[in-house]
Structure formats: structure tokens, C-alpha cells
Design a protein around this ligand. Structure first.
Ligand code: SF4
Ligand code: SF4
Length: 188
């Protein structure tokens, strides 16, 4: 990945920004995995998008830390409308899609996709540059927050499930317990 515009002030003083980008609407970025953060879900809960997005959300429990993603179908994000070739939730799209193809790693800006056809196309106003940088910083903060909070939520849910299972088991008769133990042995 290329390092771009490490120093925010230097870059803003340049006559021409180093990062020039105009989205071409090609949908190439919608073919890659889309990370979803808790702040996306919080925003979607407020604006109602949550009902559209939730059935298409998936949790990667194998990954460390635990992560959330939008599912894909036929090689595209499920929020991509194949007929109109547009994002169905464009106005409320996830933070990682807003900042694309820029990202921030906590110390500086990076290009996440050097092959994005929008790079070095068109004019880049200072306002647009500021906006995309703001989105990239916000995405990074959301990523850090989600990575810190999700495993705790998972641990709480698992511990709650374990407690409920224990309670349910204690209410079984000896005969039911023996039957359940037999079933569990067969499952192993
Ligand atoms: S961000 Fe880049 S890859 Fe995505 S639609 Fe725009 S031009 Fe295409
Ligand atoms: S949410 Fe929208 S912009 Fe983001 S990858 Fe999916 S279709 Fe593309």
C-alpha cells in the first residue's frame, strides 16, 4: 500500500493535493469484503437502514478480533443493485465505503486500493479532500472501537448462554439428564 499525504498540514498547503480522486462508479470496490463497525449499526438504527442491512450482515467468529461484514452474492456486496449498478444504501453506506480508496492507520493516510479507477481522475477540491480524510479517520476510530467492544459483547453472550444452559440442565429430571448425556456422547 502506498503512503499518501502523511502530513496533513503539508498536504493542505500544497497547490495541488497528492491524493486526487473522482469515483467512476465502476462498482469494483463492491466486489471486496466490506467491514461493518458498531458505529455503522448505531447510525443505521437511527436512520432506519438497519432493517435493510441486518439480513445481509455476517459475523466472522473465526477471525480475531471478531468482525462484522456485509455478505456477498454473485461476487458483489448484497447491497449492490445489479440492475441499476448502484448501491442500494448509498446515502447511508458503511464508513469503509465512504472513505474508499483512502484509509487511515492511526498515524497517517494510506491507499487501500491502488487499482481503484477513480484515482488521479478529475479535480480534487480541498473540501472534497477534507471530507474523504474525515471519513478515513472516522473509519479508523470506528475500527478500533469495534475491535475493542465486540469481543466483550461476544464473551458476555457466551457467558449468558452458558449460565442459561446450566440453569436449564439443573431443572431436568435424572432420566432426562441421562438421555441428554447419551445424545451428547453420540454427537462427539
Ligand atoms: S471507489 Fe473506485 S472502485 Fe469504487 S466505484 Fe469508485 S472508482 Fe470504482
Ligand atoms: S455497501 Fe454499497 S458501496 Fe459499500 S460495498 Fe456494498 S454496495 Fe458497495
Amino acid at each position: 500500500m502506498n503512503m499518501v499525504a502523511r502530513n496533513r498540514d503539508d498536504d493542505m498547503q500544497d497547490a495541488k493535493p497528492k491524493f486526487i480522486f473522482t469515483c467512476q462508479g465502476c462498482g469494483q470496490c463492491c466486489e471486496k469484503g466490506v467491514a461493518i463497525y458498531l458505529s455503522d449499526i448505531e447510525r443505521w438504527s437511527k436512520d432506519g437502514t438497519v432493517y435493510q442491512v441486518f439480513p445481509n450482515l455476517t459475523v466472522s467468529v473465526e477471525s480475531v478480533p471478531l468482525s462484522l461484514h456485509l455478505e456477498r452474492e454473485n461476487g458483489k456486496c448484497k447491497m449492490y443493485d445489479l440492475d441499476s449498478k448502484k448501491c442500494k444504501i448509498y446515502e447511508n453506506r458503511p464508513l469503509s465505503c465512504r472513505a474508499y480508496p483512502l484509509r487511515h492507520d492511526g498515524t497517517g493516510f494510506l491507499l487501500r486500493d491502488e487499482g481503484c479507477p477513480g484515482l488521479n481522475k478529475g479535480e480534487m477540491s480541498r473540501e472534497t479532500l477534507e471530507e474523504i480524510r474525515k471519513d478515513a479517520i472516522e473509519e479508523h476510530e470506528a475500527e478500533v472501537h469495534t475491535a475493542a467492544v465486540l469481543p466483550t459483547i461476544q464473551a458476555l453472550l457466551l457467558s449468558d448462554m452458558a449460565k442459561k444452559s446450566e440453569e436449564a440442565y439443573s431443572k431436568l429430571t435424572d432420566e432426562e439428564k441421562a438421555r441428554l448425556d447419551e445424545i451428547l456422547k453420540k454427537e462427539k
